[in-house]
Ligand binder design. Structure first.
Ligand code: AMP
Length: 250
């Protein structure tokens, strides 16, 4: 089985996002960028399948500016076999990303596409669902467990208030949630080896995809600053404040 894995380059999860002075977006110049954390989990899952002999090839795909090659190299250092960089604007939208993936799926013929449940920069949570719809494939979203069967995949989905198990037919699109696994770190020898692994380069236009944005960002705002906390002298005072000031207990 061949697996395509989406690896988006995003603002590092531990960096505090700063809004550009003109409110047009978030500052990304000279800021640490990393692989979207859910995508690390997707790569890890693909690697575990490969180690179990269930997957032969893992192809890491990133759509974005030229620097997204670094994100692909991280996936290759973790153990992915090769990469595809689709050079596009940093602000490429989920629908365009889904169309790019559809074009790549038609070329590469994978049986499984593993994506993160959401990218932590746009928080869209749309790409996997759109891709499955465009391909007419089954989809399993927010999955915290996955087992490959013969012509199917059994997934455990994190839903409000519990878990749902479902069996879906392959080929399929699966989006992964936080509790699926703990991604590995790339070792130094593997980082060196990753430099030699192949990364093909293309563009949305070459794949026949119109990536023109359809959404105009009107304004990005910082969240309001949090009010300072207070220290309470006793449990009784805490309960009093929770009841009469915060009004969160009866
Ligand atoms: P989103 O729908 O934007 O929240 O993204 C969901 C998932 O789709 C991400 O976790 C990635 O696996 C994949 N994805 C979205 N945008 C990109 C991109 N530009 N390059 C590669 N994968 C992406």
């Amino acid at each position: 089985m061949k697996v395509l894995v989406g690896v988006k380059r995003v603002l590092d999860a531990y960096v505090k996002a700063r809004v550009k002075p003109d409110g047009s977006g978030v500052v990304t110049d000279n800021v640490k960028m990393s692989m979207n954390p859910f995508d690390e989990i997707a790569v890890e899952q693909a690697l575990r399948f490969k180690e179990a002999g269930q997957v032969e090839e893992i192809v890491a795909v990133s759509i974005g500016p030229a620097k997204s090659e670094e994100t692909i190299r991280t996936a290759l250092a973790m153990g992915a076999d090769r990469g595809i960089l689709v050079e596009a604007d940093a602000e490429i939208e989920p629908l365009a990303v889904a169309k790019v993936f559809k074009a790549l799926v038609e070329k590469e013929q994978p049986e499984l596409v593993l994506l993160g449940k959401q990218a932590i920069d746009d928080d869209c949570n749309q790409t996997g669902q759109m891709l499955a719809a465009l391909l007419g494939w089954a989809q399993g979203t927010f999955i915290s467990k996955i087992e490959l069967g013969d012509g199917n995949v059994t997934v455990t989905r994190e839903v409000d208030g519990g878990l749902e198990r479902a069996q879906i037919k392959t080929p399929a699109v699966v989006t992964v949630d936080l509790r699926l696994n703990e991604p590995r770190y790339a070792s130094l020898p593997n980082i060196m080896k990753a430099k030699k692994k192949p990364v093909d380069k293309t563009t949305p236009a070459e794949l026949g995809v119109d990536a023109t944005p359809r959404i105009t960002t009107l304004e990005v705002q910082e969240p309001p600053p949090r009010a300072a906390g207070v220290k309470v002298a006793s449990v009784a005072e805490l309960v009093d404040k929770l009841r009469n000031e915060a009004r969160v207990i009866g």
